[in-house]
Ligand binder design. Structure first.
Ligand code: GN1
Ligand code: MG
Length: 368
């Protein structure tokens, strides 16, 4: 890949502002996430060894209050780090004036420690899946004693499926790019499942589900694994850590990890819910969380997988209709491909709802 000199210089300058004074060697672009830009920056230490950090350019179109977001992250990472003495934890670097970010023009930069590790987009090894379930379940439990009132909503109504549907319908009505007619089938499907998709939101609004500190973006590639042992080392991508529901974390994790293919697979005939992955994740997640869960929360876990998948489909399709402003895309129809993949998964999840629910209940019984 051709490297822009100015980006190289910019990254070095940002690192200096975070008070990294070693010899700068250069950067690598890291494919991570659909929203922020991530770079691995490499340095040479005085003893000749190399040391790396991660620098991210936070997407301020998605995150309108990045300073509030960094305040959330700082509090949450320090809360977790205090419980993990000697173990791997995330740490954000500070500037000379004690800020966890550098603002330059439109760019909002931050820097963390680099954890040598592997990540997975699809997983065959059920041990890895179970460890991911434990990591996300453990993450919620680590934050169970965190004062939720000190967190801001980094994206208001992030998993409010009712407001997501309103935004989707607005995008259909406005049809800014003239694409709506060509995706009528997808629009109609998503409208037809609206009530099922809004089930979690409605239960919450009716006061039937407790608010917890949740991660809200529990893709399995947001867990870093030890390359030798495949133990989960640390949960990353804390931008959306905020008040949320147990089902948000469970459902989103299954949506991503238990899909037999990647979330943007163009061949929808390959999309299906892998029940072995479902079971392994549920075992790990519930081993950590079952004891603290209410009966209504347990009831929501299987439906939440459908909810999170349908919700994301409305978001991908709305973005396609709006002209691809929110998610990073690598082709003109990338958001449509993603939408179709999520819709295919929704259909398979609907067909397996009872099986999912029985598996959840068996895991809860085993964990209690
Ligand atoms: C985005 O943060 P990242 O890029 O891993 C999105 C999630 C979606 C996901 C789909 C802040 O995740 O909500 O589920 O893409 N994050 C934000 O891949 O919108
Ligand atoms: Mg994220």
């Amino acid at each position: 890949m051709e490297r822009s000199v100015s980006l190289n210089e910019k990254l070095e300058e940002v690192c200096r502002l975070f008070r990294i004074e070693y010899e700068y060697l250069g950067y690598e672009t890291i494919q991570m996430g659909n929203v922020n830009q991530t770079y691995k920056v490499n340095f040479r230490l005085p003893d000749g060894n190399k040391k790396s950090f991660l620098v991210q350019n936070v997407n301020t179109y998605a995150f309108r209050n990045p300073v509030g977001l960094m305040d959330n992250i700082d509090k949450v990472t320090e809360h977790i780090r205090a419980k993990k003495s000697g173990k791997c934890a995330l740490h954000f670097h500070h500037t000379a004036d004690r800020k966890t970010y550098v603002i330059d023009g439109k760019n909002f930069w931050r820097m963390t420690n680099y954890v040598p590790s592997v990540t997975y987009n699809t997983v065959q090894d059920m041990n890895v899946v179970r460890n991911a379930g434990k990591a996300f379940g453990g993450f919620q439990m680590d934050l169970a004693d965190f004062d939720i009132s000190t967190l801001i909503e980094t994206i208001p109504n992030f998993h409010n499926t009712r407001t997501r549907y309103e935004a989707f319908k607005k995008a259909v009505r406005e049809d800014k790019t003239g694409r709506a007619e060509s995706v009528r089938e997808e629009i109609d499907y998503l409208l037809s499942v609206q009530e099922d998709a809004c089930r979690l939101t409605d239960l919450y609004l009716a006061g039937k589900l407790p608010l917890r500190v949740t991660h809200n973006d529990t893709k399995i590639n947001n867990v870093l694994f030890d390359p030798q042992t495949n133990d989960a080392l640390v949960v990353v991508d804390l931008d959306t850590v905020m008040p949320g529901l147990m089902g948000h974390d469970f459902g989103d994790a299954i949506r991503f990890a238990a899909n037999a293919v990647e979330e943007d697979c163009p061949d929808v005939s390959k999309v299906h819910l892998n029940m072995d992955v479902f079971k392994a994740f549920a075992e790990g997640f519930l081993e950590k969380t079952a004891k603290t869960m209410t009966e209504t929360e347990v009831e929501t876990l299987a439906p939440s997988c459908f909810v999170l998948t349908a919700e994301l489909a409305t978001r991908f399709l709305a973005d396609y209709l709006d002209g691809d402003l929110y998610f990073k895309t690598n082709s003109p129809d990338h958001n449509l491909v993603r939408t179709r993949c999520q819709i295919a998964l929704c259909k398979d999840m609907m067909a397996r709802m009872q099986e999912m629910d029985e598996t959840v209940r068996a895991c809860v019984a085993a964990a209690k």
